[in-house]
Design a protein around this ligand. Sequence first.
Ligand SMILES: Nc1nc2c(ncn2[C@@H]2O[C@H](COP(=O)(O)OP(=O)(O)OP(=O)(O)O)[C@@H](O)[C@H]2O)c(=O)[nH]1
Ligand SMILES: [Mg+2]
Length: 327
Amino acid sequence: MSLATNDASARAEALAEALVEGVLSGDRRALARTVTLVENATESGREALAKLYGHTGKAHIVGITGSGGAGKSTITNGLALELRKRGRTIGIVAVDPSSPFTHGAILGDRIRMQELTKDPDIFIRSMATRGELGGLAAMTSDVVAVLDAAGKDVIIVETVGAGQDEVEIASAAETTVVVLTPASGDDIQAMKAGIMEVADILVVNKADLPGADSLIGLLVAATTSASHGRLETPVLATVATKREGIVELADAIEEHRKRLVRSGRQDQLRLDRARRHVLALLRQQLLDAALRGPAEDGSLDETVRAVAERRLDPYTAAIRLSHSAGS
Ligand SMILES: Nc1nc2c(ncn2[C@@H]2O[C@H](COP(=O)(O)OP(=O)(O)OP(=O)(O)O)[C@@H](O)[C@H]2O)c(=O)[nH]1
Ligand SMILES: [Mg+2]
C-alpha cells in the first residue's frame, strides 16, 4: 500500500471515529453527516458503520409501503407526531426506488413532513436510487443502522411501489405496514406482488373515498384465510389527511412488536434478517471478485458471445468464469 493510500485511510478512520462519537452522544450534525457518508458508500461511512453496529438492535423498525400516492408520507407524518406524543424519538427514511433522477418525490416528502423538521427528536432523510437496484435495500439497512445506533426509538422506512425491491426493503423491517387505497385496483396489485405476505398490518387509507368498505371486507377475508400459523394481520382504516385512524395505527404497530417479543418470534426474525444481510453482502462481494478480471480483460464479453452463438453452454460458461476468478 502506498503512503498516499495509507494517509487516506488514516484520515477516513479518524473521521469515522469522530463521527461515531458524535452519533453516540446525540449530535445531530454528526448523525446527518454519517448518514450521508453511508449513503455515498464512502470508506469513512463503512468504518463508522462497523463501529456503530454494536450499538444497534434496539430500535423498532417500521416499514410503510404501498403504491405511489397511497398516502404513505401523510401517514408517516401523522404517525411520527403521535409517537412523539408517546415520548418516542423518531428516525424517518423515505426511499424512492422509482425516481433515480428526479427529486420531485423528495421535494414532496419535505413539504408533507415539514412540521416534523423542527422537532430535534425527529430525523428525516429522503433518498432516491443511485446505483443498481440491489444496492438500495442494503443502503437502506445501513442508514437505518446508523439511526438505530443514534438511539432513535422508532425508525420508519417509507418505500414506494410493490415490486421485488420494495418487498425486500419492507422485509428488513420488524413491523411492515402495507397501505392500500379504495377504487384504484390496489387490492389486486398487492395480492399479485406478494406484498400481502410481508404485511403485518394492512391499512386502507383514503377511507373517505368510495369503495373503502368493500376493500376492507376483501382484505379481512383474504387475511383470515392466509393467517394459518401466523400472527393475525389487523386491517385498519385511515384518513391520513384528517389524522383519522392514526392513533389506532400507532397502537397496532406497538402491539405488533409486543406480540413478536411475547411469542419469541423476534429472535428468529433477527436471525433471519442477519442471515439475509450477510448473504446479500457475500453474494455481492463474490460476484464483484469473480467479475473483476473477466470484465476487464474482455473474457466476460467473449464468453457471453460464445453462449449466444451456442458454441458454449451457460453452465460451463459460469463455471469457467468462476474458475478464472480464483486464478
Ligand atoms: N382523500 C384523501 N386524500 C389523501 C389521504 N391521505 C393522503 N391523501 C392525499 O394523497 C396524496 C398523496 O399523499 P402522500 O402522503 O404524498 O402519498 P405517498 O404514498 O407518500 O406518495 P409517494 O411517496 O409519492 O408514493 C396527497 O395529495 C395527500 O393529500 C386521505 O386519507 N384521503
Ligand atoms: Mg411519499
